[in-house]
Design a protein around this ligand. Structure first.
Ligand SMILES: Nc1nc2c(c(=O)[nH]1)N[C@H]1C(S)=C(S)[C@@H](COP(=O)(O)O)O[C@H]1N2
Ligand SMILES: [Mo]
Length: 253
């Protein structure tokens, strides 16, 4: 390849990149979320004043040298494998259910939103803990942009992994939290861990961090966020995969 053709190829590459950025700016969901960022601090501040305490936050010196991965370490579904093969180009986080404006956000869009970074302790019900740093988009931001309807009470997180043996919907991992915890400032959709891209074993591309709750509430591989009035009709009806298998729904620490 001559120098000139190579340069032409580089220029075309840059052009494509730019076109990609412009497309980002044009996504209605993305624009809606950016607009919602204004005044959000005020909304979450009000929650704190209403008596919702913050989970303890730590410093980098406290980070655990190793952070265990638990439950699914690599989702087994065809959909997840297809997303891996295509570099998650077609992957979208959906926010729907009892909202005025359902959202669809790509990974680059999520990463460009205002973010929060927190160093917290993860406590698994099986008796181990680890301190890690998480960066992600506040769930409150997405909820504000989507416009939660009055009768909504819970937020359900649907995941890409099926952990039952049967491959039926009953084996799909899912979780739910109540609205006040969803608006909490430390409730984020994390795409980074300890300053790097989220590893597959810890929930790539997106996992929930809902501090002040036990490990199983922290849904990994989140693909869809559904705002509901009741979770009685979802899978086993108890609000989560482990809840359907006997764990308590309210898993506060
Ligand atoms: N989708 C999905 N989320 C999940 C699980 C899982 O198996 N699948 N396991 C849960 C449990 S019990 C724990 S303790 C944490 C573990 O998170 P980690 O793998 O990042 O340590 O993820 C929780 N979220
Ligand atoms: Mo756990």
């Amino acid at each position: 390849m001559s120098l000139i053709t190579r340069r032409a190829a580089l220029v075309t590459g840059a052009g494509l990149l730019l076109a990609g950025c412009e497309q980002l700016n044009n996504s209605p969901s993305f624009r809606r979320v950016l607009a919602a960022a204004e005044g959000l601090t005020h909304t979450t501040q009000r929650l704190l004043l209403a008596g919702q305490p913050l989970a303890r936050e730590f410093t980098k010196a406290d980070l655990s040298p190793s952070f265990r991965s638990n439950g699914t370490q690599h989702p087994n579904t065809d959909a997840y494998w297809a997303d891996l093969r295509s570099g998650f180009r077609n992957w979208r986080l959906r926010v729907d259910g009892l909202v005025d404006h359902p959202l669809e956000l790509s990974l680059p869009e999520l990463r460009r939103l205002p973010s929060r970074t927190q160093i917290t302790r993860h406590d698994c019900v099986e008796g181990w803990s680890a301190i890690g740093q998480w960066t992600g988009a506040p769930l409150a931001l997405l909820l504000k942009a989507a416009g939660v309807q009055k009768e909504a009470r819970y937020v359900v997180f649907h995941c890409a992994d099926n952990i039952g043996q049967t491959g039926t919907p009953a084996g799909d991992y899912y979780e739910s939290i109540e609205m006040a915890d969803a608006w909490h400032p430390q409730t984020i959709l994390a795409y980074a861990m300890n300053g790097s891209l989220l590893p597959v074993s810890h929930g790539f591309p997106l996992r929930l961090r809902v501090e002040r709750f036990l490990g199983y509430k922290h849904a990994k591989y989140v693909t869809r966020i559904e705002v509901v009035k009741s979770f009685a009709s979802i899978n086993g009806g108890k609000g989560g995969f482990w809840e359907d298998h006997g764990y308590e729904w309210y898993a506060g620490i």
